[in-house]
Design a protein around this ligand. Structure first.
Ligand SMILES: [Zn+2]
Length: 72
């Protein structure tokens, strides 16, 4: 992605390996669990959110399993 874009900008065209994106609003979001920041298209923000959700659910489930087994 072009690094000159700011949140709220509309990118007329973004070319990715999987397709062309027209009139894309650039968004900026922060993961509430770990504070990581993402800036990019909504399409990629969805991947960022889904990825973090899956990761944090996995690590939380792991912690609960370890606790239930009497571990630290
Ligand atoms: Zn996160």
């Amino acid at each position: 992605m072009n690094e000159d874009y700011e949140a709220g900008d509309i990118a007329p065209l973004i070319i990715t390996p999987t397709g062309l994106y027209f009139s894309c609003e650039i968004v900026e979001i922060t993961c509430p669990a770990c504070g990581e920041l993402f800036k990019g298209t909504k399409r990629d923000a969805g991947g960022f959110i889904a990825g973090h959700q899956a990761y944090h659910e996995f690590t939380n489930a792991q912690d609960m399993l370890i606790t239930s087994l009497g571990g630290v």
